[in-house]
Design a binder for this molecule. Structure first.
Ligand code: MN
Length: 241
């Protein structure tokens, strides 16, 4: 549980609708990723890559760039539980991370080597993404810590860089800035903020019913999570009406 201690410590689960942190079991070799666009004090993009039962997480300060020459600052943050990957909704003001969270991208990622944990520890981490918006090769390169040598825990800064491949858009660094809707519900941030329904159903867990979800139900929800973008969109339209 030590890996999610920070995550749980920072949150009051009686107030926020975010899910409580639990370590997930590995699901085969396929590793999940999500990017949550987070309208907090500053708009940022939370990149989360599944590794060893949690989401390794970075707050990317601007929209990821498809231009290999445009590097984005990615601030390492605490590991998040896999359950967090479906969260879309509003975190109450005054709570940790207060603001609106939109599911901006999701899919699978593959490491470029057999030892992604080692690559991460070294600060030179290359991977391939197969999401709805993020595709192809990417690299996370850790910068030298400014706090190096001091006692207190440094916040590691990384750079998120698109690798040159078919998905790269040299000279067009803001290509993804026009993508402003949820890949899950089709909603904009404003619609999520004003929405009456919460997509994440952690209220059940908060009422002490965390283990109630049967394996069959889990499978069903995993299936719907893999729905095609078009079906997601039409579902979202119905909900918005
Ligand atoms: Mn965030």
């Amino acid at each position: 549980m030590a890996r999610l201690t920070d995550y749980n410590r920072k949150r009051n689960f009686g107030v926020t609708s975010e899910p409580p942190g639990r370590i997930a079991k590995a699901v085969g070799k396929a590793r999940r990723f999500v990017i949550q666009r987070h309208d907090a004090t500053r708009l940022h993009y939370d990149l989360r890559l599944e590794l060893d039962g949690v989401y390794k997480s970075w707050a990317v300060t601007k929209v990821p760039s498809l231009d290999p020459a445009t590097k984005r600052l990615a601030v390492e943050v605490e590991d998040h539980p896999i359950d967090y990957g479906t969260f879309e909704g509003t975190i109450p003001e005054g709570e940790y991370g207060g603001g609106t969270v939109q599911l901006w991208d999701r899919g699978k990622w593959l490491p470029q080597s057999a030892t992604p944990e080692k690559d991460l520890a070294k600060g030179n981490f290359k991977f391939v993404m197969d999401g709805e918006r993020m595709k192809g090769g990417w690299a996370l390169i850790r910068l030298r810590d400014r706090d190096e040598g001091r006692k207190r825990n440094p916040r590691h800064n990384w750079l998120l860089i698109k690798e040159t491949d078919d998905y790269a858009r040299p000279g067009d660094p803001e290509a993804l800035a026009s993508e402003t809707t949820s890949v899950k519900t089709g909603r904009t941030l404003d619609q999520i903020a004003g929405g009456s329904h919460k997509v994440w159903h952690s209220n059940r867990a908060a009422k002490g019913d965390a283990t109630a979800k049967s394996p069959a139900k889990r499978k069903a929800s995993a299936k719907s999570a893999r729905a095609t973008p078009s079906s997601v969109k039409s579902k979202a339209k119905k909900k918005l009406r």
